[in-house]
Design a protein around this ligand. Structure first.
Ligand code: AMP
Length: 520
């Protein structure tokens, strides 16, 4: 038997996934990367480059590199690589073939049948071109599946009841929002809206311009407009953007960016998440308008939506999540591997079509909110001991989030970071997980010192809390292991296990790991 696969053939990145024991998983390349950048190129000696290698040469040799071919599917456009022209189907087929090879190498068997996804708004011509691309690559295309439907399947492949799902998909180069109705294995796209020229690439460009301005402010010298320097700046911008999804601050460093006679000029600047958010907010506001238009087209209101799903790498930006949550206040907004989930859904559908047993992906979530005690400004004055949530309950793990806090008093020299889990607005009413202190803060007025508190919750349930003072970088860390805190009531579990084991007169916890025993 040959394996069936699902493929997300994306504008920026592509993904191939397969099914094992009813569960989909994404097939990585030799380096462990799940995403194949959707770039195809040719070296000057005529060697084919696909993915990361082609992406790397793009800045230096754009005339020999093709990107975002998805935008041209179904048109007469041709791309020229060295001395040959290629139709969009052919460039896409090169990407698909590369994914096929990846899958065959990992699975060690022939891979011939595939489900390939396309945006809900794709026309017949665009769908047909995608199917042809699959056939040129050597696949039997089982189905051309809508991307929002694929994403929704990951959450509810076996749903019996009718569910109305809003899929908000913000990738590298495109944005779309779709409303899908799912009943059993029948899905229907009720409405789809978007902007196929909006995505993370635009955020990178905004930040690139902002960094160039800052460079000018520091050195009074313009960043040269040559392709190589601008490519470095753009890459630095993308890295900073990704860092700011996890951290409230980051430092952008591009040494020797510009040389002026004998002197080299460096770019070195601190970026706050808030600065980045202000740059992209106007673009994101437009995406909220698209939500309203899609609802209108489907003759629905936000209250008709059972669940919203965030898809696409750019939905990892916390502001995107917050804006969608605020825009749909009564709708649960979920996200799971936003850049892989369309590929995973396509693999599930491939499984369904080939008659395999499939299961909804098991998503592991945080059972309690995690946060710290903070002072909150109220009309009656500052109120201490308020629980400030950093990782909300039901967040998919692993997850990392951070928030920024300000000192509450003038010349405050230290802050105590007290970590709690629970849902009560008063910190003390929740379960304390530990605390630590950061000392040696600069003596400044209240509110003038910023401390970033970063929570990292990993798959094994270990929470690492790091607090960093923004100016001097004073830092302290606390690691909380859930086995010690009873997050999953491991203490009770252990006692029950011992009690039951004693009934059988067996030594308890033989299969336990030592950590658990040490925690007693
Ligand atoms: P996709 O088209 O879904 O693969 O998304 C690609 C886009 O997601 C690119 O613009 C990436 O820079 C962006 N992206 C990936 N990871 C993150 C992240 N952690 N924070 C912000 N943007 C991200």
């Amino acid at each position: 038997m040959t394996a069936v696969v699902g493929i997300d053939l994306g504008t920026t990145n592509s993904v191939i996934a397969t099914l094992e024991n009813g569960q989909p998983w994404v097939i990585p390349d030799e380096e462990g990367d799940f995403l194949l950048p959707s770039y195809v190129g040719m070296t000057d000696t005529g060697q084919l480059l696909v993915g990361q290698a082609a992406r790397r040469q793009y800045a230096a040799a754009p005339e020999r590199t093709v990107k975002s071919i998805k935008r041209q599917m179904g048109t007469d456009y041709t791309a020229t690589l060295n001395d040959r022209t290629y139709r969009p189907q052919e460039i896409s087929a090169i990407l698909l073939r590369s994914l096929k090879q990846r899958a065959e190498a990992v699975l060690d068997e022939a891979v011939t049948q595939a489900v390939i996804t396309v945006p809900a708004y794709f026309t017949d011509a665009q769908r047909q071109a995608t199917k042809e691309a699959g056939e040129i690559a050597g696949f039997e295309v089982l189905q051309i599946l809508n991307e929002p439907t694929a994403a929704a399947l990951v959450f509810d492949v076996n749903s019996e009841e009718t569910e109305t799902v809003l899929v908000y998909d913000l990738g590298g180069g495109t944005f779309d929002v779709s409303i899908v109705e799912i009943t059993g294995d029948v899905t229907e796209v009720l409405a789809s809206h978007g902007n196929n020229r909006l995505g993370g690439d635009d955020f990178d460009r905004q930040l690139q311009r902002h960094l160039a301005d800052r460079f000018f402010q520091t050195h009074n010298v313009e960043v040269p407009s040559d392709a190589a320097t601008q490519a470095r700046l753009l890459q630095a911008a993308e890295q900073a953007k990704i860092a700011l999804s996890e951290h409230a601050f980051t430092t952008v460093r591009e040494p020797f960016l510009v040389s002026q006679g004998e002197t080299a000029l460096h770019l070195e600047t601190d970026m706050a998440r808030e600065d980045f958010e202000n740059l992209i907010k106007p673009l994101l506001k437009d995406t909220l308008g698209a939500i309203d238009r899609a609802l209108e087209d489907a003759s629905m209101t936000a209250d008709d939506i059972d669940r919203a799903i965030l898809v696409g790498g750019s939905t990892r930006i916390p502001l995107v999540q917050h804006l969608v949550e605020d825009h749909l206040p009564n709708t649960p907004v979920t996200s799971f591997e936003p850049d892989l989930c369309v590929g995973l859904g396509a693999a599930l559908q491939a499984g369904v079509l080939s008659g395999a047993e499939v299961e909804t992906v098991l998503v592991d979530v945080t059972p309690h909110s995690l946060g710290i005690a903070a002072v909150m400004d109220t009309p009656m004055g500052p109120m201490p001991g308020v629980f400030s949530t950093i990782i909300p309950r039901n967040s998919v793990i692993p997850t990392s989030r951070s928030e920024v806090y300000f000192t509450a008093m003038d010349r405050q020299e230290a802050v105590d970071v007290e970590v709690f889990q629970g849902e009560n607005p008063l910190a003390q009413e929740n379960v304390p997980l530990g605390s630590f202190r950061i000392e040696g803060l600069p003596p400044k007025p209240a509110g003038a010192v910023q401390v970033e508190v970063h929570f990292d919750f990993d798959l094994s349930g270990i929470l690492t809390v790091t607090a960093t003072e923004k100016g001097k970088g004073q830092q302290n860390t606390l690691v909380v292991n859930d086995a010690e805190t009873g997050r999953l009531s491991s203490h009770d579990l252990r006692q029950s296990r011992e009690a039951i084991a004693s009934l059988f007169d067996l030594p308890a916890g033989l299969d336990d790991d030592d950590d658990d025993a040490d925690a007693e």
